[in-house]
Each structure stands twice: as structure tokens, then as C-alpha cells.
Design a protein around this ligand. Structure first.
Ligand code: CAO
Length: 416
């Protein structure tokens, strides 16, 4: 059975951070009713469009398994419909700009009074403080959360990452907050407010970099390549290139074909317990008994040289050959996969992490399925809704409005 069956989510989210959260809840079986402004709906329906007049991949890939209802919340009749929805729903999720919800007349106090069981879950860019009123997008969160200052190469500018840790990362945090509040409501009978700031979500994901900042007060970070290169540290966590963030040194190494293929690389970790095997496989048996190389500590100031030497070997093999040789020996390494390779990866298809979906206007496209696997609640990815596709269904079947009430609504601007 679907794990969240019976839970109804009133989804006022847009763009990416909120929609990733409600999509996850929908995959777990919640009934997710996405409320969109009449006219254009979620702005991403028309952003980065690849086909004229058809919902963009940006929208479709973030809004699977949801229903769409258009509702003008600034219209009196629209407000009445929203009140009725709040009375019947379990969770209200939103990621409007700060202050927007209050301006609409839907403060937490109002909602809680209307339905004490409702959970209000919000994403904002920042928590309370000097930036609380700021609008925020992905890269701003990455920058304010410590990710950009610690990503990139030492001699280059701060870098944002391709992984959407500010948006999708915050969506994940919010989903956990919602499920926790639902669990709490089972015992207390009361809903509560769940807030996640994108900056906080990124800071949480950058925890190891805050760890390293504090370690600096005890001396240089010897596992960072710059230590071996004799480059002094400052008083904050530096950018570490492709250094591994843990205690086992790693780096990205070129593989056969790198001159023509930008993704012909492998991530290679010189894990201490398999050092002898690494030496054997790259033909450097002499390092095994050499005190200059035989202990992790002795190797720390020679990491660049060590990785250059390993790279001479990896450059004679494709990335997949490197993995197939190293993996059976217990040497941790992984190929740098392109999006093309991920899109066509058979095992990701088999597990449902990458799926093909059919859309009535767009046709078939590839998307990411549910990455969290529950043994009794398999997520079946359904196409995203067309704008307002479920207006009638929600009014009639969910809110039980009569035909007269429907006619009355159709004569107003509440849903168009
Ligand atoms: N009926 C009537 N009005 C509606 C409506 C509806 N169904 N849905 C939205 N609106 C109105 C809002 O009331 C608001 O109007 P006012 O400004 O007059 O109050 C207006 O639409 C704009 O909403 P918004 O403030 O959320 O959107 P924006 O384009 O100004 O800002 C964003 C977008 C993402 C910067 C902002 O929402 C934000 O900072 N959100 C929080 C952080 C976040 O989630 N960012 C990640 C986005 S993904 O990269």
C-alpha cells in the first residue's frame, strides 16, 4: 500500500524547491493538489521551453503524480474555496517570497484557527535575521550556505555546483519536516508549522566544511592537496578542488580518450587498507615497502605526485575498464558519468531511478523517478497535470460542491 495514502497536500509551491518536496510526497502516495494562478500557472510551465505551447521539462520533471487546480486566491470566491480546502487537507506547502502568504490573508494563525490539524510547511531563502525578506534562488542559497566558497580550485573563483542542493536539497529537508509533523500529529492531534530556509539546508549539507574550519585552529589540513604543495592555509576552509572530503585521499583522474571526451575521467580513492593492491595494479610495487610511501601519514605530502603516477595508469584504460579492474580488488573508484550515460543506464532504468513518462502534449520524455525505495510502497511515476486539469474533480468529488455551486463559481474569476 502507498505509505502516505489518505494524506492530502495542498500544494502552493512553484519553481523547484517546493515542487520537489511535494513530488516526493506524491510518490509516497499522498494526494497532492497543486494550486496554480489562473492564466499561466507555475512560472516554470513556460520557462526553458523546448516545444512551443507545451509544458516545459522544467515543470513536468518536478510535478509528477499531482493534480492541478487553478485558483485566484485574491478573489473572494477563490478565498472561500481555499478555506474549504484548508478544512479538508492535512498539509499546506508553500514557497512564496517572504510576506506573500500573509498578504494573501493566510497567516499561520489564520490557518491554525481554521483547522488546528493542518500543518503549514514553508520554504524561504533565509531564516529570521538580516536577510529574512530576501527572495532567493538556487545559486544564492549555494553561495550563502557555504557551498560556493568551498567549491572550485584554490586559484579560481567560488563555484556553484550542478547538484541543486539549494532547491531540491531544501525540498528533501522540508519533506522530512512534514512527515515528522504528521507523525507528531498522530499523537497530539495538532498540526504545527514547519520552516526550512534554503541557506540552512545548504549549511547542513556543507557540515564537513564547517568541521574543517574548526580543525584549522589546530594546524593545516594535512589531507588537502595544498598541504603537500606547500601552500599555506588561511583562517577559513579553502576550496579543495577534487580532494575527497573525508580521511581517504581521492582525486579525479584522466582516462583513455580524455582528449575528445570531457567525461572520460574516474574518481580514484587511495583507501589505506588497499594501498598495496593499488601499488600492484599500477605497477609501483616498490612503494609497498618504502617507508616514504607505506603509511597514510607518509603519503600526505606526496598526494599530487601519487595521483599523477596513478593517472599514468588510468590514462591507458577507459573509465569503465579502470572500475572493472579496481572494483574486485576493493579499491574505491567510480566513473564520471555524463547525463547521456545516466539517461541510458540500464540499472538506473531497472530500479526506477530513471524512467520514461508519456505526456499527452509532449510525448515521451525521460525523468528521475523516486530515489527513495520503500519495499511496500513502490512509487509509480505518473505524468504531470495540465493546468487546471482537475478543477472540476476537486470541487465536485473532494469538496462535494453541488452543481449550483459549481455554476456560481464558473460565473466568477475564482478559477480563471
Ligand atoms: N492567486 C493569486 N495570487 C497568487 C497566486 C494565486 N493562486 N499564486 C501566487 N500569487 C501571487 C502572490 O500573491 C504574489 O503577489 P504579491 O507580490 O502581490 O503578494 C505574486 O503572485 C508572486 O508570488 P511570489 O512572491 O512567491 O513570486 P516571485 O516571482 O515574486 O518570487 C521567488 C519568486 C522564488 C524568488 C520567491 O517565491 C521566493 O523567494 N520563494 C522562497 C524561496 C524559494 O523557494 N526559492 C526557490 C525557488 S526555486 O529556485
Amino acid at each position: 500500500m502507498e505509505a502516505l495514502k489518505g494524506i492530502t497536500i495542498l500544494d502552493f509551491t512553484h519553481v523547484q524547491s517546493g515542487p520537489t518536496c511535494t513530488q516526493l510526497l506524491a510518490w509516497f502516495g499522498a494526494n497532492v493538489i497543486k494550486i496554480e494562478r489562473p492564466g499561466g500557472g507555475d512560472i516554470t510551465r513556460s520557462q526553458l521551453r523546448d516545444k512551443d505551447g507545451v509544458d516545459s521539462l522544467y515543470f513536468t520533471m518536478l510535478n509528477h503524480n499531482k493534480k492541478s487546480v487553478t485558483l485566484n486566491v485574491k478573489d473572494d470566491k477563490g478565498k472561500k474555496i481555499l478555506d474549504d480546502l484548508i478544512l479538508k487537507c492535512d498539509v499546506f506547502v508553500e514557497n512564496f517570497a517572504p510576506g506573500t502568504l500573509d498578504r494573501m490573508g493566510y497567516s499561520w494563525e489564520y490557518m491554525h484557527k481554521l483547522n488546528p490539524r493542518i500543518i503549514l510547511a514553508s520554504v524561504k531563502g533565509f531564516g529570521p535575521g538580516p536577510y529574512e525578506d530576501c527572495k532567493v534562488y538556487e545559486n544564492i542559497a549555494q553561495c550563502a550556505g557555504g557551498s560556493a566558497s568551498t567549491t572550485g580550485f584554490l586559484d579560481g573563483p567560488p563555484l556553484v555546483t550542478g547538484a541543486q542542493i539549494g532547491d531540491s536539497g531544501t525540498g528533501l529537508h522540508l519533506a522530512l519536516g512534514i512527515v515528522t509533523a504528521l507523525f507528531h500529529r498522530e499523537r497530539s492531534g495538532l498540526g504545527q508549522k514547519v520552516d526550512v530556509a534554503m541557506q540552512d539546508g545548504v549549511v547542513n549539507l556543507c557540515r564537513v566544511k564547517l568541521r574543517d574550519y574548526q580543525r584549522l585552529s589546530s594546524g593545516p589540513l594535512s589531507e588537502y592537496s595544498q598541504f603537500g604543495q606547500g601552500i599555506p592555509f588561511t583562517d577559513t576552509t579553502p576550496r579543495a578542488g577534487n580532494d575527497s572530503g573525508g580521511g581517504q585521499p581521492g582525486w579525479i583522474l584522466k582516462c583513455k580518450g580524455w582528449e575528445d571526451d570531457p567525461d572520460s575521467y574516474v574518481y580514484f580513492i587511495t583507501q589505506a587498507p588497499v594501498w598495496d593492491k593499488i601499488c600492484n595494479v599500477i605497477g609501483k610495487e616498490d612503494w609497498i615497502g618504502d617507508p616514504e610511501y607505506s603509511t597514510p601519514k607518509a603519503r600526505l605530502d606526496k598526494l599530487s605526485h601519487i595521483f599523477e603516477t596513478i593517472e599514468k595508469w588510468t590514462m591507458t584504460k577507459t573509465k569503465f575498464e579502470v572500475v572493472s579492474i579496481c572494483d574486485p580488488l576493493g579499491i574505491p573508484c567510480g566513473p564520471i558519468l555524463s547525463m547521456k550515460e545516466i539517461a541510458h543506464d540500464e540499472s538506473l532504468r531497472r530500479t526506477g531511478t530513471v524512467v520514461e513518462v508519456d505526456h499527452p502534449e509532449r510525448g515521451k520524455y525521460i525523468t528521475v523517478g523516486c530515489p527513495i525505495k520503500l519495499s511496500n510502497s513502490e512509487a509509480d511515476v505518473q505524468r504531470s497535470p495540465l493546468l487546471g486539469e482537475h478543477n472540476e474533480e476537486i470541487l465536485k468529488d473532494f469538496l462535494n460542491y453541488s452543481d449550483e455551486e459549481l455554476d456560481e463559481i464558473n460565473n466568477t474569476d475564482a478559477m480563471k
